[in-house]
Design a protein around this ligand. Structure first.
Ligand code: RFL
Ligand code: PHB
Length: 388
């Protein structure tokens, strides 16, 4: 098999890269380890920054999102038993879109297939080779046969546990990492939303987040131990804990819990995001704790920059944008890292912290709730910083 770009991974990064390349007249093949059904059912992110929602619409994959998503003008911050609203529209003139990552993935897969794109699901033994030279190659097994894709470039879009980053020699990559001493217990439940916008709640028992997917499907998260066993959380205990942490002022509409997961919290950056003719994008290059809702948005930003760079190369042989790809992405990635780390530190209880730190956190929350300058800084970062 031959394509101009071989892409490993059919998550948001790989699918969007393939879609953007197709629009620029560049061929690609996506090699994915999992089945289509698995990729389309994997529940993760829920929040899309305004520029990314605009990109989905402008490039022809946003029609269902426009119909089914919810657009929010702000968020609530909860502490000391009260909610304080941060009004993005008023502060920075932008909004965010609530639409599940798995819905974006479904829409992108459908569009790639309708446009004649090639996505090979259920591949095993995936390896990337030759990216140091001019003839990179992806080898794998598919349908019981050994296969390979010859290409000019490889898009390493295979997430945090993929093969692309780990195929780069260790002495050619620097890793910056922080693990957090807690996780998130996340649930999806068939119940009515408790508020019209997301609630980020600070509480002495730990952080809680209310989010939603539709008028009848809600998503909640509770700060928990990093190795928490979700089976130790019967449904009634989860609802009681959420009600407590959301400040006791809200009576939650309860309903069947259809999913329970424990998510790890990690900050991670691998630099540079390029090795020869292989370009890392999305979670394969960086992970943020979900408190800032940035992961999928960063994946989209990377592949937008990458698709422009590859398009410039095929237009006139220009390599400038390929050469600056890593630096361009990392400047924005590090700002998103800073924001995600700051939101995480602000909202969570850290075991090593003292009563002094709790007072400091409450003062910072009070500052956010009472100062337009502080609220504006949060708003500017939350809705998404500019791409270039
Ligand atoms: P993905 O989605 O992990 O996709 C990688 C794909 O590569 C495949 N793969 C391989 N394929 C072939 N060969 C191999 N050897 C392979 N190894 C792996 C995988 O099967 C998969 O299909 O990475 P990508 O595309 O970079 O996308 C990143 C996002 O998925 C991630 O950043 C977000 O989900 C993070 N995130 C959030 N991001 C947001 O922008 N807004 C949010 O509100 C938000 N909330 C969240 C989140 C992540 C969470 N969890 C579970 C970690 C909330 C949570 C709880
Ligand atoms: C979600 O809806 O899953 C979600 C929303 C905001 C976050 C994290 C997750 O910060």
């Amino acid at each position: 098999m031959r394509a101009q770009v071989g892409i490993v991974g059919a998550g948001p990064a790989g699918l969007m890269l393939s879609h953007l390349l197709h629009r620029a007249g560049i061929s690609s093949i996506i090699i994915e380890a999992r089945s289509r059904a698995y990729c389309e059912a994997r529940i993760r992110a829920g929040l899309i920054e305004q520029w990314a929602a605009d990109m989905l619409v402008e490039t022809g994959v946003g029609a269902r999102m426009k119909r089914e998503s919810m657009v929010h003008d702000g968020i609530y911050i909860g502490f000391n038993g009260a909610l304080h609203r941060i009004d993005f529209k008023k502060l920075v003139g932008k909004r965010v879109t609530i639409y599940g990552q798995q819905e974006v993935v479904k829409d992108l897969i459908a569009k790639r297939i309708a446009d004649g794109g090639q996505i090979l699901f259920d591949c095993s033994d995936v390896r990337v080779r030759g990216f140091d030279g001019k003839a990179p190659k992806i080898t794998f097994r598919h349908g019981g046969k050994a296969e390979e894709v010859d290409c000019d470039f490889i898009g390493g879009c295979d997430g945090f546990h993929g093969v692309c980053r780990s195929s780069i020699p260790a002495n050619a990559i620097s890793v910056y990492e922080r693990e957090y001493p807690f996780g998130w217990l996340g649930i999806l439940a068939e119940a009515k939303p408790v508020a019209d916008e997301l609630i980020y709640a600070y509480h002495q028992r730990g952080f809680a987040l209310f989010s939603m997917r539709s008028p009848n499907l809600v998503r909640y998260y509770l700060q928990c131990a990093p190795d928490e066993n979700p089976d130790k959380w019967p449904d009634h205990k989860i609802w009681d804990e959420l009600e407590t942490r959301l400040g006791g002022t809200k009576v939650l509409s309860r309903g069947p819990i259809v999913e329970k997961i424990v998510a790890q919290m990690r900050s991670f950056v691998a630099e540079p995001m390029r090795h020869g003719r292989m370009f890392l994008a999305g979670d394969s290059a960086h992970i943020v704790p979900p408190t800032g809702a940035k992961g999928m948005n960063l994946a989209f930003a990377d592949v937008l920059v990458l698709s422009r760079a590859i398009a410039a190369f095929y237009r006139n042989g220009a390599t400038g944008l390929l050469d600056s790809y890593s630096d361009t992405c990392l400047r924005r990635v590090w700002k998103a890292q800073r924001f995600s780390w700051w939101m995480t530190r602000l909202m969570h209880l850290f075991p090593e912290e003292t009563p002094f730190d709790r007072r400091r956190q409450l003062a910072e929350l009070d500052y956010l709730a009472s100062s337009e300058a502080a609220a504006k800084s949060l708003a500017e970062n939350y809705v998404g910083l500019p791409i270039d």
